[in-house]
Design a protein around this ligand. Structure first.
Ligand SMILES: C[S@@+](CC[C@H](N)C(=O)[O-])C[C@H]1O[C@@H](n2cnc3c(N)ncnc32)[C@H](O)[C@@H]1O
Ligand SMILES: O=[N+]([O-])c1ccc2c(c1)CN[C@@H](CO)C2
Length: 273
């Protein structure tokens, strides 16, 4: 029965995603108030600060950074693109891979202006904000491909997508808990992506705490596994990671904008043993 439940749960999640709307999702989560670079307590600047610190404190290095479940967003690799020569973006949906290609090809084909994000990360790096054009060029230079991924498969990526030694670093944001039917599936998925990472490689994981649903578009209600910090830490341990740092952001009232019931966001830096 458990096995059958597993297949139905995962298939049901895939069905939910058929209505995912990249433009709406970006509007809901990546514009003010959640992405307000003038506000100290806005969520996106907090995420960018966590990622900047994690990529620049000296222990994260190598050739290849893989972003698992990129969706239509690029913020998650704006710091990493300065540290890695190769960045692989991945998503389950063609509409999201197409959104990312639209930015990559720089022909105006994308639904969000990433300039304020590029400028903000330049400021974190001590560069003048006008260096954002150099950062955009750097990112376009290091992104090697945008490929399909399914974290419920023991091999989430096609074998051709990765060198045999695996990735040196994984980043994954709001993916695993948003695509898994339950905590067991979340933990299994964590193990699956861990197989893409070389021993000693780093995992940078951002996710939702206490969230049971979110809207992936108008009327597209997607169930989420509600997680607490203890469950995140237990799943990491069970999947062969050693936790380096866990940081938590608690949403102020005015960051609750009706697109989900998330209560907090976690940032994890871990190493694969
Ligand atoms: C909540 S969005 C996160 C997007 C982005 N990483 C961010 O930080 O906003 C979840 C993403 O997971 C993708 N997804 C859905 N099912 C998946 C699966 N089985 N494996 C991997 N990714 C999946 C969706 O297409 C969507 O882009
Ligand atoms: O505030 N944010 O920056 C932000 C960004 C993305 C997402 C959330 C919040 C909460 N919902 C998840 C989907 O489970 C997606």
């Amino acid at each position: 029965m458990e096995g059958k439940g597993k297949v139905n749960g995962v298939a049901a999640m895939a069905a939910c995603y058929q209505g995912f709307d990249p433009a709406a999702y970006l509007q809901y989560n990546y514009t003010p108030p959640r992405a307000d670079f003038e506000r100290k307590d806005s969520i996106v600047p907090w995420k960018l600060a966590c990622l900047h610190r994690a990529f620049t404190e000296g222990d994260v290095r190598g050739e290849l950074l893989v972003d698992i479940g990129s969706g239509p967003t690029l913020y998650q690799v704006l710091s990493g693109c300065e540290v890695f020569n190769k960045v692989l973006l991945t998503d389950f949906l063609e509409v999201n891979r197409q959104e990312l290609r639209g930015w990559l090809e720089d022909e105006g084909g994308c639904n969000l202006d990433w300039t304020p994000y590029l400028q903000h990360v330049c400021k974190l790096e001590g560069r003048r904000p006008s260096a954002w054009t150099e950062k955009a060029a750097k990112l376009r230079q290091v992104i090697t491909d945008i490929v399909p991924v399914d974290v419920h498969r023991p091999q989430p990526l096609a074998l051709y997508a990765l060198p045999s030694e695996g990735a040196d670093c994984l980043v994954s944001c709001f993916c695993l808990e948003s695509v898994s039917p339950d905590l067991a599936a979340f933990t299994r998925a964590l193990g699956h992506i861990g197989r893409l990472l070389r021993t000693g490689g780093h995992l940078l994981l951002i996710g939702a705490l206490g969230e049971s649903y979110y809207f992936g578009g108008p009327g597209v209600r997607i169930p989420v596994v509600p997680l607490n910090e203890a469950q995140v830490c237990a799943s990491l341990k069970e999947s062969g990671y050693t936790l380096i740092r866990l940081e938590v952001y608690t949403l102020p009232q005015d960051m609750r904008v009706g697109v989900d019931d998330v209560s907090g966001v976690f940032f994890v830096k871990a190493i694969k043993e």
